[in-house]
Design a protein around this ligand. Structure first.
Ligand code: GLA
Length: 401
């Protein structure tokens, strides 16, 4: 839009301008013109950024296959880096209450940092996220044996072709800041039955939400539990532990565990225990209490039963970091959320910018079905049959307070 049109048709500015000396008038016009031009440029820039919402670049090779890094950017300048190796989220850059951006997830700068990735940093986990007791389950009368990689248990799908360490196919979304990963998990991989076709889509919205949509179909009955294993630190990754964060969990019950972190089958009320986060409480306030479940978990490493689970998205958790003002809200269609306080991080992993990830330097909010559901017929079912489509959505929404 030209300055002449604007000053001719807007009475206010014209009367102010008309009372000025010619030189002043020219200066004002030039200034206004310049600032409008800069404004237009900024707008053009923003819409350009919006149009180029997904950028991609080669990020190395794994198992002889190319790995691509996708950068999702929204209109607010929020950025998410993700790659098709393990569907891993490498970074999430969001502002604090002063508008300063920081990367709020643990991770590595290069692909090599994630091979191997014993803490499952940033990855999509499956075929069965969390634990299956004694690496075995029975389905339709047949017993399946899985690799054990967590004492007597199978954790996060086993050892071989787990979803966190295979190369998926990647396809950027059109007209959106998003990417879809697809992968075929073959019949018998890590002992699980059925050829399982998977689809995981990350979409970054202009409301600063990272939406994760999961979809799966199978050609034989199988069990399935999918989750996202990002470790967050809302103060900025690698800077401190997470004990100062304040957590609200929308859950009146949790699933207590035995010494192998396998649910006992009980759904226990949180009321009166250090597992009660129904009102926002500092993570560090009770984490080292002499409460049997915290001793067994070495801190928080439990599944909470999300209140009021219907079919739709339900708020599961709200995390607030007081120094930065950053807030993360997690909503999901899943029935449970594993709140894990990085108790097994022990300083042996060095991540971005040489940051050493010490104990409790990150927290995970892994939305999922309950651990060991295949061996607990009373828990919500994790069975997927041919002809059915598994669908679930989890939203990580970032804001400030
Ligand atoms: C999950 C488990 C934890 C731990 C991490 C990975 O969150 O519940 O016990 O195994 O994964 O280190």
């Amino acid at each position: 839009m030209g300055i002449a049109t604007r000053s001719q048709h807007e009475p206010g500015p014209r009367s102010t301008l008309s009372g000025m000396m010619p030189r002043q008038f020219t200066t004002v016009c030039t200034t206004v013109l310049l600032s409008l031009t800069i404004g237009d440029l900024a707008l053009a820039q923003a819409s350009k950024r919006h149009e180029q919402a997904v950028q991609q670049k080669p990020f190395g090779t794994q198992d002889g296959r190319p790995v691509t890094l996708y950068t999702l950017t929204n209109a607010n300048g929020v950025e998410v880096d993700t790659m098709n190796y393990g569907g891993i989220i490498l970074s999430i850059r969001v502002p604090d209450r002063k508008g300063q951006f920081a990367d709020v997830v643990l991770g590595h700068e290069k692909l090599e940092g994630y091979v191997p990735n014993p803490p499952y940093i940033g990855a999509v986990v499956g075929r069965y996220a969390n634990r299956i007791a004694n690496g075995t389950f029975t389905l339709d009368g047949k017993t399946y044996t899985l690799p054990k990689n967590d004492g007597p248990n199978t954790l996060h799908g086993g050892t071989d072709k787990t979803f966190n360490k295979v190369v998926w196919d990647g396809e950027p979304l059109k007209g959106k800041a998003g990417v879809t990963y697809t992968y075929l998990s073959k019949d018998g991989d890590d002992g699980f039955p059925g050829n399982l076709k998977l689809r995981v889509t990350y979409t970054l919205t202009n409301s600063n939400e990272l939406v994760i949509d999961y979809e799966a179909t199978t050609d034989k009955a199988t069990v399935l539990n999918l989750s996202q294993h990002s470790y967050f630190n809302l103060a900025g990754e690698g800077t401190s532990d997470i004990l100062n964060h304040e957590l609200m969990l929308n859950a009146d019950r949790f699933t207590p565990v035995d010494k192998n972190l396998i649910p006992t089958g009980e759904l226990r009320a949180v009321k009166g225990t250090p597992m009660d986060f129904t009102t926002a409480t500092k993570i560090g306030a009770r984490i080292d209490d002499n409460y049997e479940q915290l001793v067994l978990g070495h801190g928080y490493d439990h599944n909470w039963v999300i209140n009021g689970k219907g079919d739709g998205l339900t708020l599961a958790a709200r995390m607030y970091e007081p120094t930065s003002g950053r807030v993360l809200e997690v909503s999901t269609t899943q029935p449970g959320v594993q709140f894990y306080t990085g108790n097994f991080l022990d300083g042996t992993v060095t991540g971005k910018q040489g940051h050493v990830y010490k104990r409790r330097y990150g927290f995970c909010l892994e939305t999922q079905h309950f651990p060991d559901s295949p061996n607990h017929p009373d828990f919500p079912s994790t069975i997927l049959k041919p002809g059915e489509t598994f669908k679930s959505t989890t939203v990580f929404k970032f804001s400030i307070k």
